[in-house]
Design a protein around this ligand. Structure first.
Ligand SMILES: NC(=O)c1ccc[n+]([C@@H]2O[C@H](COP(=O)([O-])OP(=O)(O)OC[C@H]3O[C@@H](n4cnc5c(N)ncnc54)[C@H](O)[C@@H]3O)[C@@H](O)[C@H]2O)c1
Length: 269
């Protein structure tokens, strides 16, 4: 009989989490390390990546920091070359690094801002995934977890701009990439799933726009968010850890190509 208590363990697995220096990525990295994985905390912000590593080690986890800018081909290639040299292969990839724009209606969105966000949030996922796949194929196993957003599933406009179309379009693209890769690599033992988080606090995403709002605008935006969430609250980074460990581990061995909304019920009603 299967040892059910061990099915979430990740001992001996090598994991990469992009954007692990802060927010959701930090929680994913700490969660995978707590379950036994060796976690490479990849970020363009090295001091923050080092801080995540320090936190993992305080809890006796195995972690190391690495620099990557997921939107830059040369940086991504250098990162994966070093990963392969240092670890020999890869079992788990969480494509988490992402940014937003200031909330902007589509006709006011600049082309430069469209390119900046889609380059990180969609092209970056492709650049990392295309390097990770051959390493996973060599091991005949792997789990890729792409961090999309409910903005990739649903439009959102609570009578004022709260998002921008570059973000939503990139996240919808991540969902398409997830399903296509799941179909292509299932026979290679590689599973590809996406998490579509709803609103989660405790991260820096959108900090630039929050800094520009008046208290009244902030209160209006908060009220609009909470009104849309049946559970009546934002999520936290820690709320997401169990789902990430599940998707990374053998506990989800028959699950691929899925997009799991993690949103307090937002997208269900
Ligand atoms: N917080 C939410 O409510 C929420 C909701 C839906 C989806 N998401 C997604 O979750 C992911 C993490 O967001 P977060 O809220 O933790 O944001 P965050 O800003 O707190 O953290 C993002 C991390 O990614 C890193 N990063 C940004 N651009 C990078 C690049 N080009 N290369 C490497 N690293 C880069 C940052 O340095 C930072 O450490 C993003 O993909 C975001 O779109 C977040």
């Amino acid at each position: 009989m299967q040892n059910y208590t061990d099915m979430f363990r990740l001992d001996g697995r090598v994991a990469v989490v992009t954007g692990a220096g802060f927010g959701l990525g930090r929680a994913f990295a700490l969660g995978l390390a707590a379950f036994g994985a060796t976690v490479v905390c990849a970020d363009r912000d090295m001091p923050n990546a080092e801080e995540t590593v320090g936190l993992a080690r305080q809890s006796h986890g195995k972690a190391e920091a690495a620099h990557v800018d997921v939107a830059e081909e040369a940086s991504v290639d250098a990162f994966w070359d070093k990963l392969k040299a240092d670890h020999g292969g890869l079992d788990i990839l969480i494509n988490n690094a992402g940014v937003t724009s200031l909330p902007t209606r589509t006709h006011e969105l600049s082309i430069a801002e469209w390119d900046r966000v889609t380059n990180i949030n969609l092209r970056g996922v492709f650049l990392c995934t295309r390097r990770a796949l051959p390493m996973m194929m060599a091991r005949k196993r792997g789990s890729i977890i792409n961090i999309a957003s409910i903005a990739g599933l649903l439009g959102y406009y609570p009578d004022f701009a709260r998002l921008a179309a570059n973000y939503s379009a990139a996240k919808a693209g991540v969902i398409g990439l997830t399903r296509q890769a799941a179909a292509e690599y299932a026979a290679d033992g590689i599973r590809v799933n996406a998490i579509a988080p709803g609103w989660h606090g405790g991260t820096n995403l959108g900090a630039a726009s929050r800094g520009r709002w008046t208290p009244e605008q902030t209160a209006r935006a908060e009220a609009a968010i909470h009104a849309g969430i049946p559970m009546g609250r934002r999520g936290t980074p820690d709320d997401l850890v169990g789902l990430a460990v599940y998707l990374a581990s053998d506990a989800s061995s028959y699950l691929t190509g899925q997009v799991i909304a993690h949103d307090g019920g937002w997208s269900a009603v």
